[in-house]
Design a binder for this molecule. Structure first.
Ligand code: HEC
Ligand code: HEC
Ligand code: HEC
Ligand code: HEC
Length: 411
């Protein structure tokens, strides 16, 4: 786990927002007297309209203070004057100080002020924290809502420094911010505009209820992790995979890079592709012929077999620009913004099996390039809600080349 976090960190340092100054915790402590009135003496605020800052990532705090100061990216009448007087050094010190404070409700209970989590406002709708957790962890592929967990981390504790922690935040504050993103006011972030824009008011309340106390759901069964196990389906699939070897290689490890690797691909995704080659929704003459003869049961068994195979590494050279777009998306202009690939394909490219997001790890440069070009031109159009077409449309040929070089290094 440590190594995983470390490697993400390495990648991200190259794309991190430039934090010019290094923060000093002690100095920061001396600069927050004014802030305590609203954000609480220990960064845990007593009022539900003021966000908790304790334990928040320093980089995120600095970014928000700059946004309040410049007034265009984030607009709030209370915070703009507060940020106006802060220098870069002040912001860095304040970020470091708040980051150093404990942020779990248990730790904070000893803090001054009322640290209890305020109840969700009285509305007719009773929020469903379990539904919130499910949307948080899986997203919704039909509406192109990326899984929140991909950026904001398990239970709202994000491992990526430019994405805010959401754990233990006041539900009212979460609701207010999601409405800001949904209505595209007061804040500016393309990915959040897209996701919140698709959410219903009830779902916003569900997510807030879940984040208010993620521990309360400890006894909810965790989502099943798909592990490669040898089932009857896998054995049956192996027998049917003989004809696929010519192009997709032994055990789904294609040696000719223009053919996709199927080894380790998510089973749900494989089934969807085979069904769509067969019904013509995904257009490919070779695969249409291959899929024509397959029954639904054949598809399920073939998918189980290939999903259980171990992929060999991809052939990418790596790319700084590719990694930057993969983790950070691209923001030229709000309507031109590209959602970070990590939101749906995950930090290591594995996608999300249950949600239907494909695994990109270990795939070849040539195949990734060809698919991004096909989505860009609309030749491939079987992505739900046009989610890959909308993204690829805004990628330049160079972006595509660099992304492919990066993605094909993911394992
Ligand atoms: C008068 C009350 C008030 C004071 C004083 C105040 N804030 Fe805030 N702060 C707010 C409110 C309200 C918000 C939420 C704004 C919004 O809805 O976007 C906020 C938001 C923030 C955020 C963004 C948090 C997030 O999760 O996105 C940061 C960082 C922050 N304040 C830092 C500070 C600092 C540092 C000070 C002292 C220099 C300070 N605030 C003083 C009311 C206050
Ligand atoms: C691609 C990464 C990504 C995904 C996926 C994502 N977010 Fe965000 N989210 C962000 C970023 C970046 C910000 C900070 C934006 C800014 O700088 O104002 C943010 C901010 C937020 C905030 C405001 C936090 C604060 O302290 O003010 C909330 C609430 C939020 N996201 C909820 C969600 C929910 C719910 C989902 C899933 C439906 C989600 N996010 C999915 C990247 C993401
Ligand atoms: C003659 C070569 C050939 C054979 C044999 C073949 N395929 Fe394919 N397959 C391809 C090509 C080419 C593509 C990429 C199509 C495209 O560019 O959209 C592909 C794509 C796929 C995909 C989509 C992969 C992805 O990542 O989206 C699946 C799933 C698949 N094939 C399964 C099979 C199965 C199962 C068999 C055996 C029953 C098989 N193929 C036999 C050439 C072949
Ligand atoms: C909102 C979610 C989402 C985001 C963000 C996203 N993707 Fe995808 N991607 C998908 C889905 C869903 C599919 C599968 C479409 C289908 O069902 O055929 C896909 C398919 C792909 C494929 C084809 C995989 C294969 O095996 O054929 C590639 C390559 C790809 N994405 C690359 C990217 C890159 C690069 C980015 C960032 C620039 C990105 N994606 C961002 C959801 C997403």
């Amino acid at each position: 786990m440590k190594r995983f976090i470390f490697s993400i960190f390495l990648v991200l340092t190259t794309i991190n927002v430039a934090v010019a100054a290094t923060g000093d915790i002690e100095a920061g402590k001396g600069k927050v007297a004014l802030c305590a009135g609203c954000h609480g003496a220990n960064g845990i605020s007593a009022s539900e309209m003021y966000p908790n800052l304790a334990g928040q990532h320093a980089d995120y705090i600095v970014k928000q203070l700059k946004a309040f100061k410049n007034g265009t990216d984030r607009n709030n009448p209370l915070m703009s004057p507060m940020a106006a007087g802060l220098s870069e050094q002040d912001m860095a010190d304040i970020g470091a100080y708040y980051n150093s404070l404990p942020h779990t409700p248990a730790d904070a209970s000893s803090a001054e002020g009322d640290s209890s989590i305020a109840a969700v406002p009285v509305v007719k709708y009773v929020p469903d924290a379990v539904a919130g957790k499910s949307l948080y962890e899986l997203g919704d592929i039909n509406r192109a809502i990326g899984a929140c967990i991909g950026c904001h981390g398990k239970d709202g504790n994000s491992e990526v420094l430019i994405y805010p922690n959401l754990a233990n935040q006041h539900p009212e504050y979460i609701v207010k911010q999601l409405h800001n993103f949904k209505e595209q006011k007061n804040r500016s972030n393309a990915a959040m505009y897209n996701f919140a824009g698709q959410m219903t008011d009830e779902e916003i309340l569900d997510i807030a209820a879940y984040l208010a106390d993620t521990k309360a759901l400890a006894n909810v069964k965790p989502k099943k992790v798909v592990v490669a196990v040898i089932t009857e389906e896998v054995i049956a699939g192996e027998k049917k995979a003989g004809t696929c070897v010519a192009c997709h290689g032994i055990a789904g490890n294609a040696v000719i890079p223009m053919y996709p690797k199927l080894a380790g691909q998510n089973a749900e995704y494989i089934v969807k592709q085979l069904a769509e080659f067969k019904n013509g929704k995904r257009n490919n003459a070779i695969m249409a012929g291959m899929a024509a003869a397959l029954s639904e049961q054949d598809m399920i068994e073939l998918a189980a077999y290939f999903a259980a195979q171990k992929p060999l590494p991809g052939n990418g050279k790596g790319s700084d620009l590719g990694s930057k777009i993969y983790f950070g998306g691209k923001v030229n202009h709000v309507n031109q913004a590209i959602t970070a690939c990590v939101a749906c394909h995950g930090a290591t490219g594995k996608g999300m099996a249950k949600a239907g997001f494909p695994n990109l790890a270990n795939q070849s440069v040539e195949y990734i390039t060809s698919q991004l070009k096909q989505f860009k031109s609309g030749e491939r159009a079987n992505d739900r809600a046009s989610m890959m077409r909308n993204i690829s449309m805004k990628l330049s040929e160079n972006d595509i080349d660099e992304l492919a070089q990066f993605i094909a290094t993911l394992k």
